[in-house]
Ligand binder design. Structure first.
Ligand code: NAD
Length: 497
């Protein structure tokens, strides 16, 4: 069976002993193995990245950007192939995979602006014949550790920006769907990136811990579950590194009595069940203001769920694919069982979902719970599956208190026609990304992505302007070139103008 290796210093490396199966979630079959990097393999990648850093640091930003321009073209040329790899290992439907790739390419496009982004700040005459400027210098070797749910987009939130800032990079993608990341690594080489500037190691905790503890690694970007994000943040910062660790989510959508309910129901279907609910921005709770709204929303969602086409991601017409692994399917089903035990009303039960010819696939139909209350585990925990919870409240203030009290604060949205309510909500809600009649308010590449509360550990968000700050260190230089005739005496007072 084919074993997926690592990409180190421009070469595929495949001599690790430990491996793990990679499944096709639509069939349940093991289709490949992935190598799990030992400490020695990871150290080889770090050494390659460190060796490549001095020359890459000196490469002019315009030259770095030119690599990104070529990379964008290659990604577009190979889009179908990349999306096929995503679907075969993650399970999501092909057009969803294409959406993911396109959002990743947008970060590459932003990174093409490297010369502009790295111009720095300049002040002439801060004192007599004194000029001052701040420049943004690369950190050195930086790493990215990424989750299974966006095997291409989330790595691309990180490495294009890290690389154009002059760093060298090591990616540790998810071991559950690693092939697409390896393919986009090869394309970087084809785009002309010098060997060693980008490296990829597959693996698990052993690889991650090696990266976090090695003194040659300067910074780590992480995206994944909150438990691991918190661990990465504490371990990395204790080892003296700069760390941004994006964690889990429980995103609420508020539906106000004046909302366009047909529009809200349509939007909620995609936001809750798209990608089988395996998105950190998925809507997993609908907060209905008033029973009339709740009855209409629940009725509308139930009707649409009856027609949701669940099937293999590669089959045209499929709207929702399988979950990523059998283990994850068991976990999500377990939450549906628990929701019933806890007293929620299961309006639509997806546990009986069958997909013809795919009896062993990891499929679960869309599930809808009504009358969910805040103490239930299906409300508190991130389920990361096609399970939507409806909570009924009486007014906007109750909805906002509910959201503010949740441990996560990644995304949220409000459906309303009332501008005043929307403005109040977006101004005060304690959540990092807010949509108004937009269910998945994922920021575009020239803004930055990140949640609040326990959805993000660290100060800076991912991609966009924050990425330039995260992947560089500010240096401020103050210089004077006095004319040769001017001679100054010593001064023992603190310098002022
Ligand atoms: P995960 O936390 O299990 O894994 C993420 C990465 O961490 C993987 O590369 C994995 O190999 C590594 N890892 C796992 N356990 C580890 C450990 N004990 N020590 C060190 N490294 C470890 O997450 P996942 O299941 O792959 O992805 C889903 C999660 O990611 C969800 O919680 C989702 O909300 C979150 N996510 C968040 C965002 C965001 O932007 N906030 C985006 C996408 C996904």
């Amino acid at each position: 069976m084919n074993t997926i290796g690592h990409f180190i210093n421009g070469e595929i490396v495949n001599d690790d002993q430990r491996t793990q199966p990679v499944y096709n979630p639509a069939t349940g079959e093991t289709q490949r193995q992935v190598a799990l990097a030992s400490r020695a393999t990871v150290e080889r990648a770090i050494a390659a990245a460190e060796a490549a850093f001095p020359a890459w640091r000196e490469t002019p930003p315009l030259k770095r950007a030119q690599v990104m321009f070529r990379y964008k073209q290659l990604l577009e040329q190979h889009a179908e192939e990349i999306c096929g790899l995503i679907t075969d290992e993650h399970g999501k439907v092909l057009d969803d995979a294409m959406g993911e790739l396109m959002r990743g390419i947008e970060v590459v496009e932003y990174a093409c602006g490297a010369p502009e982004l790295l111009k720095g700040e300049y002040s002439k005459s801060v004192g007599p014949a004194i000029d001052s400027w701040s420049e943004f210098q690369p950190l050195g070797v930086v790493v990215g550790i990424t989750p299974f749910n966006f095997p291409v987009m989330v790595p691309m939130w990180m490495f294009p920006m890290a690389i154009i800032c002059g760093n060298t990079f090591i990616l540790k993608p998810s071991e559950r769907d690693p092939s697409a990341a390896l393919r986009i690594a090869e394309l970087l080489q084809q785009a002309g990136l010098p060997d060693g500037v980008f490296n990829l190691v597959n693996g698990d905790k052993e690889a991650v811990d090696t990266l976090l503890n090695d003194p040659r690694v300067q910074a780590a970007s992480f995206v994944g579950s909150t438990m691991v994000a918190e661990y990465i943040y504490h371990t990395g910062t204790a080892a003296g590194k700069r760390v941004q660790a994006l964690g889990g989510a429980k995103n609420h959508a508020v539906v106000m009595p004046d909302a366009d309910l047909d529009n809200a129901v349509n939007a909620l279907m995609g936001a809750a069940y798209g990608s089988c609910g395996e998105r950190c921005m998925a809507i997993s709770v609908v907060v209905c203001v008033g029973d009339t709204v709740a009855d209409a929303v629940v009725g509308g969602l139930a009707e649409k769920l009856a027609h949701l086409k669940v099937g293999p991601g590669r089959e045209s017409g499929s709207e929702m694919g399988p979950l990523v692994t059998a283990q994850h399917l068991r976990k999500v089903r377990g939450y549906v069982d628990r929701g019933l035990d806890e007293g929620a009303e299961l309006v639509v039960d997806g546990r009986g979902q069958r997909v013809e010819g795919h009896a062993e696939g990891f499929f679960l139909g869309g599930c809808l719970f009504d009358r969910v209350t805040p103490e239930m585990s299906i409300y508190r925990d991130e389920i990361f599956g096609p399970v939507l919870c409806v909570v009924r409240v009486e007014n906007l203030q109750q909805a906002m208190t509910l959201i503010d009290n949740h441990e996560y604060g990644n995304g949220t949205c409000i459906f309303t026609r009332d501008g005043e309510a929307a403005r109040f909500f977006s101004d005060h809600i304690r959540v990092g990304m807010v949509g108004v009649n937009i269910p998945l308010p994922v920021p575009v590449a020239y803004h930055s992505f990140g949640g609040w509360k326990r959805s993000l550990f660290g100060d800076l968000h991912a991609y966009g302007p924050d990425a330039v700050r995260f992947y560089t260190r500010r240096k401020t230089i103050t210089q004077r070139w006095p004319s040769a005739s001017v001679r100054e005496g010593s001064s023992y007072a603190f310098p002022t103008l």
